[in-house]
Each structure stands twice: as structure tokens, then as C-alpha cells.
Design a protein around this ligand. Structure first.
Ligand SMILES: [Zn+2]
Length: 271
């Protein structure tokens, strides 16, 4: 699963992104057998939206292990640790485990118990962690960020929306001009990397004929990803949630921006 969400207008026009809007029926939270506690204070604030999924995770673990004190972390080095405590376990898990599948839950339980099968579980968990590496926070070198383009100043656009949207959550978000390749029929105007809280905007937007409102909209869209993280749970991950889309449409001049994009997309692709 890639944490990078690429905002591809061309694909969206073909309706491919629509599939991400499909919401699955939430699973019933399992009845936990244990009475362990849940600790969320180490979670990054934007994951406050995931409370239901977190409770599900806790319940699933207690079904397997009995009473579990679960601490969810944003740790950079240790993704998982388990200790036996009186009458159960104390687990520290990185937030990448929120929404993980049954197989991973079984592996976590095996590893916590130790003994037969725990070696295989360790290998499986290693692979899982590797696949979710981008969710692990890492520092961004401020020197490596370029925000002032020839025609558009990304920092100014970002700050404008940080102020308007408000939440503390957004304080850490950074931005840079950066390329993510261009296909024949698509262009990725922006991306948001969760682990580094970094927005990348395609340099093709730094041209005189590209209106500031359009660049601003792309910045706004990516910033909304920081505000509305993907929903996890059963089924596939939903990147553009209903809340996200509703908020996106509130961008001033949303219709005009969409119309401009429809008229001008070809100019980005024919080069
Ligand atoms: Zn997006």
C-alpha cells in the first residue's frame, strides 16, 4: 500500500478514482474478552479521526490475547513491542497497524505469545512494516525544499490555507516543488506524503499561463489530505473520503477551477 496519494486529474476524468469513494459497511466491533486499556496520547493528532478503527484493532487483539493494554505510537524505530503483564499483555504498536488484516493480527498475537510459529510471524511482520515504511515519520531537510517558483510561491499559498483551515494538525505540513514523473495521458499535479507531512507540487504548474487559483487549488487539495487521512478498516483504503470531497468543493471558485482544468489539461500533456 502506498502512502503517497497522487492527484491525477486525467485518471479522475476517466472515473477511476470514483472507486475510492465506495464505502464499505463497517464491521461490527468484536466483543473483546479482555479489559485492557487503550492509550492514544502518542498518536499524531490527525489520526484522531480513526478512533473507531483503533477500537476495532484493540478488540481484535483482545480476542486473540485476552486482556491487552494497547499503546499506539508514532515511534520512528520500534514498530512493535510486546510484554507480558499480570493477566495479559502490554503491546506498543505503530499506527500503521490500524486497519491491518487478520493475518497480521494473528502474527502480532503469535509474536506476543512467543513460542512455536513466532519466527514465521516475525518475518511476516517485517514484510508488513517494510510495505508501510512511508507511514513512519521522518524529518524533512528544510534546505531541500524549494517553495519559491518563477511564477508561483507555494509557501504563500500553503500558509494562506493553513491559516484559514486552522487546526494545529497542519502546522507541521511542508511543501516543495517536486516532480513525480509524467505519463503520456496523465500528470500528477500534487502528492501528499503522510510520514514526512510533505506536499509536492509538480513544477509544470510553475508557468505564467497557469492561474494562481489553479495552483492554489492543488495545494488546498493536498493539504486536505493532512486533515482527512485515508480511512482504514475492512475492505480497501478510501483516500478521498466523503468528508474530503465535501470540503474540496468548498474551495472558492471550485467550478471555475474544474472548468479551467478541463480546458487546459492537454497543454500539460502535449510536450
Ligand atoms: Zn488526493
Amino acid at each position: 500500500m502506498s502512502q503517497q496519494d497522487f492527484f491525477s486529474w486525467a485518471q479522475r476524468r476517466e472515473g477511476e478514482e470514483i472507486t475510492e469513494e465506495v464505502e464499505r459497511e463497517p464491521r461490527q466491533a468484536p466483543r473483546g474478552t479482555g479489559k485492557g486499556r487503550l492509550f492514544l496520547s502518542e498518536l499524531p493528532p490527525e489520526l484522531g479521526h480513526c478512533l473507531k478503527e483503533v477500537q476495532e484493532l484493540h478488540g481484535e487483539l483482545q480476542e486473540r490475547l485476552g486482556s491487552v493494554d494497547l499503546v499506539l505510537t508514532d515511534n520512528r524505530r520500534r514498530m512493535i513491542s510486546a510484554k507480558r503483564r499480570r493477566g495479559g499483555f502490554r503491546l506498543r504498536l505503530h499506527h500503521m497497524f490500524i486497519g491491518c488484516g487478520e493475518e497480521i493480527l494473528d502474527a502480532v498475537a503469535l509474536l506476543a505469545r512467543g513460542g512455536a510459529g513466532s519466527e514465521a510471524a516475525r518475518e511476516l511482520l517485517k514484510a508488513f512494516i517494510d510495505a508501510h515504511r512511508e507511514e513512519i515519520s521522518s524529518e524533512v531537510d528544510p534546505q531541500a525544499l524549494t517553495t519559491q517558483g518563477e511564477h508561483h510561491d507555494l509557501q504563500a499559498l500553503l500558509d494562506r490555507w493553513k491559516d484559514r483551515l486552522g487546526p494545529e494538525t497542519l502546522k507541521e505540513v511542508k511543501i516543495t516543488w517536486g516532480r513525480y514523473g509524467r505519463g503520456q495521458r496523465t500528470i500528477r499535479f500534487g502528492s501528499y506524503e503522510f510520514g514526512r507531512r510533505l506536499i509536492r507540487i509538480h513544477p509544470a504548474l510553475d508557468q505564467e499561463w497557469v492561474p494562481e487559483a489553479f495552483v492554489e487549488f492543488i495545494v488546498y487539495h493536498e493539504l486536505l489530505h493532512a486533515l482527512f487521512p485515508p480511512k482504514k478498516g475492512s475492505g480497501r483504503r478510501i483516500v478521498h473520503t466523503r468528508e474530503f470531497r465535501q470540503m474540496e468543493e468548498k474551495f472558492p471558485g471550485f467550478e471555475e477551477v474544474m472548468a479551467w482544468e478541463a480546458r487546459n489539461l492537454y497543454r500539460f500533456l502535449e510536450r
